[in-house]
Design a protein around this ligand. Structure first.
Ligand code: RAM
Length: 336
Protein backbone atom coordinates (compact mmCIF):
# COMPACT_ATOMS: atom_id res chain seq x y z
CA UNK A 1 0.00 0.00 0.00
CA UNK A 2 1.39 3.35 -0.97
CA UNK A 3 0.82 5.96 1.63
CA UNK A 4 2.08 9.48 1.55
CA UNK A 5 2.95 10.05 5.15
CA UNK A 6 5.29 12.59 6.55
CA UNK A 7 6.98 11.14 9.53
CA UNK A 8 9.34 13.62 10.97
CA UNK A 9 9.64 12.09 14.39
CA UNK A 10 10.35 8.49 15.29
CA UNK A 11 11.10 7.71 18.89
CA UNK A 12 10.69 4.91 21.34
CA UNK A 13 8.12 5.11 24.08
CA UNK A 14 8.58 2.06 26.27
CA UNK A 15 8.19 -0.87 23.92
CA UNK A 16 6.21 1.18 21.46
CA UNK A 17 7.17 3.03 18.34
CA UNK A 18 5.87 6.54 18.04
CA UNK A 19 5.24 8.33 14.78
CA UNK A 20 4.56 11.98 15.05
CA UNK A 21 3.73 14.79 12.71
CA UNK A 22 4.11 18.23 14.12
CA UNK A 23 2.60 21.21 12.36
CA UNK A 24 2.99 24.25 14.54
CA UNK A 25 0.78 27.15 13.60
CA UNK A 26 2.28 30.59 13.28
CA UNK A 27 1.02 31.53 16.70
CA UNK A 28 -0.64 29.63 19.52
CA UNK A 29 -0.62 26.21 20.99
CA UNK A 30 0.05 22.89 19.31
CA UNK A 31 -2.32 20.20 20.57
CA UNK A 32 -0.75 16.82 21.26
CA UNK A 33 -3.22 14.08 20.38
CA UNK A 34 -2.31 10.45 21.08
CA UNK A 35 -3.76 7.79 18.82
CA UNK A 36 -3.42 4.78 21.12
CA UNK A 37 -4.06 1.53 19.25
CA UNK A 38 -4.60 -2.07 20.36
CA UNK A 39 -1.17 -3.17 19.10
CA UNK A 40 1.58 -2.10 16.74
CA UNK A 41 2.30 -3.93 13.48
CA UNK A 42 -1.39 -4.24 12.55
CA UNK A 43 -2.09 -2.94 9.01
CA UNK A 44 -5.54 -1.74 10.07
CA UNK A 45 -4.08 0.60 12.68
CA UNK A 46 -1.28 1.72 10.38
CA UNK A 47 -3.92 2.84 7.89
CA UNK A 48 -5.79 4.60 10.73
CA UNK A 49 -2.52 6.33 11.67
CA UNK A 50 -2.24 7.68 8.14
CA UNK A 51 -5.73 9.11 8.46
CA UNK A 52 -4.78 10.67 11.81
CA UNK A 53 -1.73 12.30 10.26
CA UNK A 54 -3.93 13.64 7.49
CA UNK A 55 -6.24 15.25 10.08
CA UNK A 56 -3.21 16.79 11.82
CA UNK A 57 -2.01 18.28 8.56
CA UNK A 58 -5.43 19.73 7.89
CA UNK A 59 -5.93 21.10 11.42
CA UNK A 60 -2.40 22.59 11.41
CA UNK A 61 -1.89 22.99 15.17
CA UNK A 62 -1.92 19.27 15.99
CA UNK A 63 0.83 16.78 16.71
CA UNK A 64 -0.27 13.15 16.45
CA UNK A 65 1.49 10.63 18.67
CA UNK A 66 0.80 7.15 17.27
CA UNK A 67 1.47 4.47 19.83
CA UNK A 68 0.41 1.04 21.05
CA UNK A 69 1.77 -2.01 22.86
CA UNK A 70 3.62 -4.73 20.95
CA UNK A 71 0.86 -7.23 21.77
CA UNK A 72 -2.83 -6.46 22.23
CA UNK A 73 -3.03 -6.27 26.03
CA UNK A 74 -4.69 -3.89 28.48
CA UNK A 75 -1.53 -3.91 30.64
CA UNK A 76 0.53 -2.57 27.73
CA UNK A 77 -2.02 0.16 27.11
CA UNK A 78 -2.10 1.18 30.79
CA UNK A 79 1.67 1.73 30.77
CA UNK A 80 1.36 3.82 27.64
CA UNK A 81 -1.51 5.91 29.07
CA UNK A 82 0.71 6.76 32.06
CA UNK A 83 3.60 7.71 29.75
CA UNK A 84 1.33 9.88 27.63
CA UNK A 85 0.15 11.75 30.73
CA UNK A 86 3.79 12.36 31.67
CA UNK A 87 4.32 13.72 28.13
CA UNK A 88 1.45 16.14 28.77
CA UNK A 89 -0.70 15.17 25.84
CA UNK A 90 -3.91 17.15 25.41
CA UNK A 91 -6.03 14.21 24.28
CA UNK A 92 -5.96 10.44 24.01
CA UNK A 93 -8.02 8.62 21.39
CA UNK A 94 -7.91 4.96 22.38
CA UNK A 95 -8.93 1.73 20.66
CA UNK A 96 -9.07 -0.40 23.79
CA UNK A 97 -8.03 -3.98 24.43
CA UNK A 98 -10.45 -4.15 27.36
CA UNK A 99 -13.37 -1.81 28.15
CA UNK A 100 -12.79 -1.82 31.91
CA UNK A 101 -9.15 -2.61 32.68
CA UNK A 102 -7.93 0.73 31.29
CA UNK A 103 -10.57 2.83 33.10
CA UNK A 104 -8.52 3.70 36.21
CA UNK A 105 -5.54 4.86 34.13
CA UNK A 106 -7.82 6.90 31.87
CA UNK A 107 -9.52 8.51 34.86
CA UNK A 108 -6.13 9.50 36.21
CA UNK A 109 -5.32 11.03 32.81
CA UNK A 110 -8.64 12.87 32.90
CA UNK A 111 -7.83 14.30 36.33
CA UNK A 112 -4.69 15.80 34.76
CA UNK A 113 -6.82 17.56 32.14
CA UNK A 114 -6.38 15.04 29.31
CA UNK A 115 -9.48 14.71 27.09
CA UNK A 116 -10.30 11.05 26.43
CA UNK A 117 -12.27 9.56 23.58
CA UNK A 118 -12.41 5.98 22.37
CA UNK A 119 -12.74 4.79 18.79
CA UNK A 120 -12.90 1.39 17.06
CA UNK A 121 -12.92 -0.59 20.34
CA UNK A 122 -14.56 1.33 23.16
CA UNK A 123 -14.00 1.92 26.87
CA UNK A 124 -16.68 2.13 29.58
CA UNK A 125 -18.82 5.27 29.25
CA UNK A 126 -17.57 6.75 32.56
CA UNK A 127 -14.00 6.93 31.20
CA UNK A 128 -14.56 8.77 27.92
CA UNK A 129 -16.20 11.85 26.43
CA UNK A 130 -17.45 9.88 23.43
CA UNK A 131 -16.92 6.67 21.48
CA UNK A 132 -16.59 6.64 17.70
CA UNK A 133 -17.90 3.42 16.20
CA UNK A 134 -16.73 2.63 12.68
CA UNK A 135 -20.30 1.77 11.74
CA UNK A 136 -23.54 0.54 13.26
CA UNK A 137 -22.75 -2.46 15.50
CA UNK A 138 -25.91 -4.47 14.72
CA UNK A 139 -25.38 -3.91 11.02
CA UNK A 140 -21.76 -5.13 11.18
CA UNK A 141 -22.84 -8.30 12.98
CA UNK A 142 -25.71 -9.05 10.59
CA UNK A 143 -23.59 -8.33 7.53
CA UNK A 144 -21.03 -10.97 8.50
CA UNK A 145 -23.69 -13.67 8.93
CA UNK A 146 -25.28 -12.65 5.62
CA UNK A 147 -21.97 -12.91 3.77
CA UNK A 148 -21.01 -16.38 5.00
CA UNK A 149 -24.57 -17.67 4.60
CA UNK A 150 -24.69 -16.58 0.98
CA UNK A 151 -21.32 -18.15 0.23
CA UNK A 152 -22.07 -21.56 1.78
CA UNK A 153 -25.69 -21.71 0.60
CA UNK A 154 -27.25 -21.09 4.01
CA UNK A 155 -26.33 -24.52 5.43
CA UNK A 156 -23.59 -25.98 7.58
CA UNK A 157 -21.25 -25.52 10.51
CA UNK A 158 -19.57 -22.18 11.03
CA UNK A 159 -17.10 -20.90 13.63
CA UNK A 160 -15.96 -17.47 14.73
CA UNK A 161 -12.24 -16.69 14.95
CA UNK A 162 -11.97 -13.42 16.86
CA UNK A 163 -9.25 -11.09 18.17
CA UNK A 164 -8.75 -11.02 21.98
CA UNK A 165 -11.42 -12.36 24.32
CA UNK A 166 -11.84 -8.93 25.97
CA UNK A 167 -11.98 -6.76 22.83
CA UNK A 168 -15.01 -4.47 23.11
CA UNK A 169 -15.64 -4.16 19.39
CA UNK A 170 -15.31 -7.85 18.45
CA UNK A 171 -17.45 -8.89 21.42
CA UNK A 172 -20.20 -6.46 20.42
CA UNK A 173 -20.09 -7.73 16.82
CA UNK A 174 -20.18 -11.38 17.99
CA UNK A 175 -23.25 -10.61 20.14
CA UNK A 176 -24.88 -9.05 17.06
CA UNK A 177 -23.98 -12.14 14.98
CA UNK A 178 -25.58 -14.42 17.57
CA UNK A 179 -28.72 -12.27 17.49
CA UNK A 180 -28.83 -12.51 13.73
CA UNK A 181 -28.50 -16.30 13.90
CA UNK A 182 -31.82 -16.41 15.81
CA UNK A 183 -33.54 -15.27 12.61
CA UNK A 184 -35.28 -18.35 11.08
CA UNK A 185 -33.70 -17.29 7.82
CA UNK A 186 -30.38 -18.57 9.18
CA UNK A 187 -31.65 -21.77 10.85
CA UNK A 188 -29.44 -23.85 8.55
CA UNK A 189 -26.28 -22.36 10.06
CA UNK A 190 -24.80 -23.98 13.16
CA UNK A 191 -22.30 -21.90 15.13
CA UNK A 192 -20.02 -24.59 16.62
CA UNK A 193 -17.27 -22.55 18.29
CA UNK A 194 -15.70 -19.17 19.00
CA UNK A 195 -11.91 -19.03 19.28
CA UNK A 196 -9.44 -16.19 19.82
CA UNK A 197 -6.28 -15.46 17.83
CA UNK A 198 -5.47 -12.33 19.89
CA UNK A 199 -4.86 -10.26 16.73
CA UNK A 200 -1.59 -12.16 16.25
CA UNK A 201 -1.09 -13.84 12.87
CA UNK A 202 0.60 -16.99 14.16
CA UNK A 203 -1.88 -17.60 17.00
CA UNK A 204 -4.83 -16.93 14.65
CA UNK A 205 -3.36 -19.35 12.10
CA UNK A 206 -2.99 -22.07 14.76
CA UNK A 207 -6.56 -21.48 15.96
CA UNK A 208 -7.80 -21.93 12.38
CA UNK A 209 -5.91 -25.23 12.09
CA UNK A 210 -7.46 -26.28 15.40
CA UNK A 211 -10.94 -25.61 14.02
CA UNK A 212 -10.25 -27.70 10.91
CA UNK A 213 -9.20 -30.73 12.94
CA UNK A 214 -11.94 -30.39 15.58
CA UNK A 215 -14.75 -29.84 13.05
CA UNK A 216 -14.09 -31.90 9.89
CA UNK A 217 -17.44 -30.73 8.46
CA UNK A 218 -16.77 -27.04 9.02
CA UNK A 219 -18.03 -24.92 6.12
CA UNK A 220 -17.19 -21.40 7.18
CA UNK A 221 -15.08 -19.19 9.43
CA UNK A 222 -16.14 -15.65 10.27
CA UNK A 223 -13.18 -13.59 11.49
CA UNK A 224 -14.28 -10.12 12.62
CA UNK A 225 -10.65 -8.99 12.73
CA UNK A 226 -8.27 -8.01 9.94
CA UNK A 227 -5.52 -10.14 11.46
CA UNK A 228 -7.70 -13.21 12.01
CA UNK A 229 -9.34 -13.17 8.58
CA UNK A 230 -6.00 -13.06 6.72
CA UNK A 231 -4.52 -15.85 8.86
CA UNK A 232 -7.63 -18.05 8.44
CA UNK A 233 -7.73 -17.50 4.68
CA UNK A 234 -4.06 -18.53 4.45
CA UNK A 235 -4.69 -21.63 6.59
CA UNK A 236 -7.51 -22.72 4.25
CA UNK A 237 -5.17 -22.50 1.27
CA UNK A 238 -2.24 -24.21 3.02
CA UNK A 239 -4.50 -27.08 4.11
CA UNK A 240 -5.91 -27.41 0.57
CA UNK A 241 -9.42 -26.71 1.83
CA UNK A 242 -10.35 -24.20 -0.87
CA UNK A 243 -13.95 -24.90 -1.94
CA UNK A 244 -14.63 -26.82 1.28
CA UNK A 245 -14.14 -24.12 3.93
CA UNK A 246 -14.79 -20.43 3.21
CA UNK A 247 -13.61 -17.47 5.24
CA UNK A 248 -15.45 -14.17 5.66
CA UNK A 249 -15.48 -11.30 8.15
CA UNK A 250 -13.68 -7.98 8.31
CA UNK A 251 -10.46 -7.47 6.38
CA UNK A 252 -8.22 -5.04 4.54
CA UNK A 253 -8.60 -5.41 0.75
CA UNK A 254 -4.83 -4.94 0.34
CA UNK A 255 -4.20 -7.95 2.62
CA UNK A 256 -7.08 -10.07 1.29
CA UNK A 257 -6.71 -9.67 -2.46
CA UNK A 258 -4.61 -12.82 -2.96
CA UNK A 259 -7.02 -14.93 -0.89
CA UNK A 260 -10.05 -13.70 -2.84
CA UNK A 261 -8.25 -14.58 -6.07
CA UNK A 262 -7.22 -17.99 -4.68
CA UNK A 263 -10.82 -18.73 -3.63
CA UNK A 264 -10.55 -19.12 0.14
CA UNK A 265 -12.60 -15.94 0.54
CA UNK A 266 -15.73 -15.06 -1.39
CA UNK A 267 -16.85 -11.79 0.25
CA UNK A 268 -15.76 -9.76 3.26
CA UNK A 269 -16.38 -6.26 4.53
CA UNK A 270 -14.77 -3.24 6.17
CA UNK A 271 -15.01 0.53 6.48
CA UNK A 272 -12.17 2.76 5.42
CA UNK A 273 -9.61 2.65 8.29
CA UNK A 274 -7.91 5.81 7.00
CA UNK A 275 -11.20 7.68 7.38
CA UNK A 276 -11.64 6.18 10.85
CA UNK A 277 -8.21 7.36 12.10
CA UNK A 278 -8.83 10.76 10.53
CA UNK A 279 -12.22 11.02 12.27
CA UNK A 280 -10.82 9.90 15.64
CA UNK A 281 -8.11 12.59 15.64
CA UNK A 282 -10.56 15.19 14.36
CA UNK A 283 -13.08 14.36 17.10
CA UNK A 284 -10.41 14.33 19.83
CA UNK A 285 -9.32 17.79 18.64
CA UNK A 286 -12.89 19.08 19.02
CA UNK A 287 -12.84 18.12 22.70
CA UNK A 288 -9.27 19.32 23.32
CA UNK A 289 -10.20 22.74 21.92
CA UNK A 290 -13.57 22.75 23.72
CA UNK A 291 -15.52 22.97 20.49
CA UNK A 292 -17.52 19.83 21.35
CA UNK A 293 -19.52 18.83 24.42
CA UNK A 294 -20.05 15.37 25.83
CA UNK A 295 -23.82 14.99 25.99
CA UNK A 296 -26.55 13.05 24.22
CA UNK A 297 -27.63 14.84 21.06
CA UNK A 298 -24.42 16.90 20.84
CA UNK A 299 -22.90 17.29 17.40
CA UNK A 300 -19.19 16.66 16.81
CA UNK A 301 -17.42 17.66 13.61
CA UNK A 302 -15.29 15.00 11.94
CA UNK A 303 -13.99 17.28 9.21
CA UNK A 304 -14.27 15.98 5.66
CA UNK A 305 -16.35 13.04 6.98
CA UNK A 306 -19.13 15.38 8.15
CA UNK A 307 -20.79 15.76 11.55
CA UNK A 308 -21.81 12.99 13.95
CA UNK A 309 -24.45 13.16 16.69
CA UNK A 310 -23.83 11.45 20.04
CA UNK A 311 -26.49 8.98 21.21
CA UNK A 312 -27.59 8.32 24.80
CA UNK A 313 -24.48 6.21 25.34
CA UNK A 314 -22.32 9.06 23.94
CA UNK A 315 -21.48 6.97 20.87
CA UNK A 316 -21.79 7.64 17.16
CA UNK A 317 -21.08 5.66 14.00
CA UNK A 318 -18.82 6.99 11.24
CA UNK A 319 -20.59 5.45 8.24
CA UNK A 320 -21.57 2.27 6.38
CA UNK A 321 -19.14 -0.59 5.73
CA UNK A 322 -18.13 -1.59 2.20
CA UNK A 323 -18.43 -5.16 0.90
CA UNK A 324 -15.58 -6.54 -1.20
CA UNK A 325 -15.47 -9.41 -3.69
CA UNK A 326 -13.53 -10.45 -6.80
CA UNK A 327 -15.26 -7.78 -8.87
CA UNK A 328 -14.17 -4.74 -6.87
CA UNK A 329 -11.15 -5.81 -4.81
CA UNK A 330 -8.50 -4.57 -7.27
CA UNK A 331 -9.73 -1.00 -6.91
CA UNK A 332 -9.97 -1.01 -3.09
CA UNK A 333 -6.69 -2.89 -2.54
CA UNK A 334 -4.88 0.18 -3.84
CA UNK A 335 -6.37 2.37 -1.12
CA UNK A 336 -6.22 0.33 2.12
C1 RAM B 1 -8.37 -5.67 13.81
C2 RAM B 1 -8.58 -4.99 15.13
C3 RAM B 1 -9.52 -3.80 15.03
C4 RAM B 1 -10.75 -4.12 14.22
C5 RAM B 1 -10.38 -4.66 12.88
C6 RAM B 1 -11.58 -5.03 12.05
O1 RAM B 1 -7.45 -4.98 13.04
O2 RAM B 1 -9.08 -5.92 16.04
O3 RAM B 1 -9.87 -3.37 16.32
O4 RAM B 1 -11.58 -3.00 14.07
O5 RAM B 1 -9.57 -5.83 13.08
Amino acid sequence: MKRKVMMIGMALLGAAAVASLSMTSAQGKTYKIALLVKSLGNGFFEAARDGGLEAAKELKNVEVIYTGPTTATAEGQIELINSLVAQKVDAIAISANDPNAVVAALKKAKSRGVKIISWDSGVAKEARLMHLNPSNTALIGRKQIEMISKTIGGKGQIAILSATAQATNQNAWIAAMKDTLKDPMYSGLELVDTVYGDDQSDKSYREALGLFSKYPNLKGIIAPTTVGIAASAKAVIDQKLVGKVFVSGLGLPSEMISYVKAGSVDTFALWNPIDLGYSAVYAAYQFATRKATSKAGAKVSIGRMGTITLDANLEAPMGDPYTFNKDNIDKFAKAF
